[in-house]
Every structure is written in C-alpha cells, then in structure tokens.
Design a protein around this ligand. Structure first.
Ligand SMILES: Cc1cc2nc3c(=O)[nH]c(=O)nc-3n(C[C@H](O)[C@H](O)[C@H](O)COP(=O)(O)O)c2cc1C
Length: 308
C-alpha cells in the first residue's frame, strides 16, 4: 500500500518536521510505501492563475492543467491514502497548503465529473500551539476538522482521521514535556496507517459530546469529553454545561467496552462521582458510546455520547 504525504511547514527547526519524519519511519517499518510532497522544499506555487480560476469558475474540464498540478494529481491517483502534515496557522492550514487545495483539487479531478481515485484513508496530522481544551472550548478545533473533513476530504476518502498535537507552542512547558510522546504517536500513526480500524481501535485524542441522557444525569450536549488512551488505560477530561471540570479514568477491555469511574464539580459547586460502563458502536460513520452510569449514592441512568 502507498501513502501520499503532503507536508507543509516553512522550517526544519520545528516539531512538525519531526512528526513528519517519525510518521515516515512508521510507514517504512510497516512495510508500506510513501511518496512525499514537501510543499516548501518544492516551492509549490500556492496562487491560482487567472486561467486556473476561470477553468474552475466556468466548470471547464479542459485537459490543460499545469504540470505541477498534474504531478500532484498523479501522486494522489497512484496512492491508497493521503496524509496532510502541517501546523495550524490562524486556525487554518498554512497558506501554501490552502493554495495546494485551490489548485490540485481542480474541476474534473476532485469535483464535477471527477477522475480522482477514491482513497482508502485521509489522515491529518496537525500541530497547534494552543492546548486542545482551549481550541475545543472556542469551537476552533471543530471548525478546523469541519473544513478538512466536510469539505476537503469529504467523499474523496473512505475513512478520515484528524490527529491533533496540541499545546506545542515554544512558550509552553508541554512542548518539551510531550515531545517524545508526540513523536511516538506520529510513528505509531505511520506504522498502523494501513491496518483496518478494528485492528487499531484507539480513543486517543478523540472528542465526544452527549446526545441524550437520563434526567438524573448532569452531562449534556454542552459537555465535551477529551479522551486519551495508552494500552488498555483510558482517561478523559470533561467540561461544559453543568460541569465545571470533570475527570474519568478506567480501562478498555478486549471487546472495546469501557469501564471507568468519574468525578466532577458542577455549577452548584458540588463534587459528584460515580462509575460507568460504556459500549462503543459506530452509527452513521460516527463512534457512539452507549453508557450505563451510577452515581455514588446509587441512582442510575443511561446516556449516549457521540464523537464530535
Ligand atoms: C503564523 C502563525 C500562526 C499560528 N496560528 C495558530 C493558531 O491559530 N492556533 C494555534 O493553536 N497555534 C497557532 N500557531 C502555532 C503553530 O501551530 C505552532 O507553530 C506549532 O503548533 C508548533 O509546532 P512547530 O514547532 O512545528 O512550528 C501559529 C504559528 C504561526 C507561526
């Protein structure tokens, strides 16, 4: 299998460059192949020409497409997966990568009567200076994901994954503190890229919110859960709605069912805790948790949590 990696960062002195190198090592170690477009090294031209604009704007499938665009389109069509690796710049991909989409996702290739191959997977490895909970709270992570999944990858890939490396600003302790873990994660993502999803079920860096809950529950559609996983240990931080701050910690069993204890402080200043058993099931392409929870005082309920 072959991955097409579109990498975009202006400097080799960067975490993102190291993430790319580790991801590549992972692919090679898995016995798969890759082809790389390093957009800065190639000096990829991000600006559309007027001719290119008019071709797209008038929905013309004319065969005249610039050689650099054709080369990129050929890389797409000779691969099984596409992987974008970049830092967040102003809640977007760097301008060069945005321009890559403007030009390479051309009419007749990526839309219209398209000739683009349906790829098995589309993966995004994205570094961000801000911590994940801040990006989530401000709705920025959702926006970035929405643009990449809902527009750029959309129905062009069978399976999508957004991997965030957050809190990586040079001002933050977490840049150094999480450096090795982040590189390990990038390597693992490369190594497992072509495994089937059931072979690599992981909750690491996945975000969920509630879609329904019993009356006695406090979690709502305003609450966001930020999940992590290491081996069979899972944990999450949650907040929003009636929850000021909450944590859960537990394990995932061989059937991927979760068993955890939770504790949070609610908006009345009460400290509440309980335990929960949760069964993940994919519904309409999204992962849902069907949960049965129990407060420490014995009251019970059930909820459904869905991936953002
Ligand atoms: C021009 C510019 C804009 C940035 N905008 C954002 C942003 O909107 N949100 C964010 O979380 N980080 C932002 N960052 C931080 C980058 O994402 C940061 O460079 C990266 O996460 C750290 O990794 P690096 O060492 O690979 O650059 C920005 C950085 C630059 C240089």
């Amino acid at each position: 299998m072959k991955a097409f990696i579109v990498y975009c960062h202006p400097s080799g002195d960067s975490l993102t460059r190291n993430l790319k190198d580790e991801f590549v090592k992972g692919i090679v170690d898995s016995g798969n192949e890759y082809v790389l477009s390093d957009l800065y090294e190639m000096d990829f031209k991000a600006d559309m020409t007027e001719e290119e604009y008019l071709r797209d704007a008038y929905y013309r499938s004319t065969p005249e497409v610039a050689a650099d665009v054709l080369a990129e389109q050929e890389k797409v069509n000779s691969s099984d997966a596409i992987v974008f690796i970049y830092p967040v710049f102003w809640t977007e991909a760097p301008a060069k990568l945005v321009g890559w989409f403007d030009r390479v996702w051309s009419y007749g290739f990526a839309y219209g009567n398209k000739t683009m191959k349906m790829l098995e997977k589309g993966v995004i490895l994205c570094s961000a200076g801000n911590p994940a909970d801040k990006l989530e709270k401000l709705g920025l992570l959702r926006s970035m994901k929405k643009v990449m999944f809902g527009d750029r990858l959309f129905n062009r890939v069978k399976q999508k994954e957004f991997v965030l490396f957050a809190g990586t600003s040079r001002e933050k302790e977490s840049r150094k503190g999480n450096w090795d873990d982040n590189l390990r994660k990038a390597y693992e993502k490369g190594k497992t890229l072509f495994l089937r999803s059931e072979e690599v079920f992981s909750l690491d860096d996945r975000y969920f919110t509630s879609v329904s809950n019993s009356d006695d529950g406090e979690v709502s559609d305003q609450t966001v859960f930020s999940y992590h996983q290491k081996g069979n240990v899972i944990w999450a931080e949650y907040s929003g709605g009636r929850i000021i701050k909450g944590f859960l910690l537990g394990t995932i069993d061989e059937n991927n069912n979760l068993h955890f204890d939770y504790r949070h402080i609610n908006t009345d200043g009460e400290s509440k805790s309980g335990s929960c058993n949760s069964e993940p099931r994919p519904v309409n392409g999204k992962l849902r948790f069907y949960e049965k929870w129990k407060w420490a005082d014995g009251r019970e309920g059930s909820s459904v949590i869905e991936e953002l």
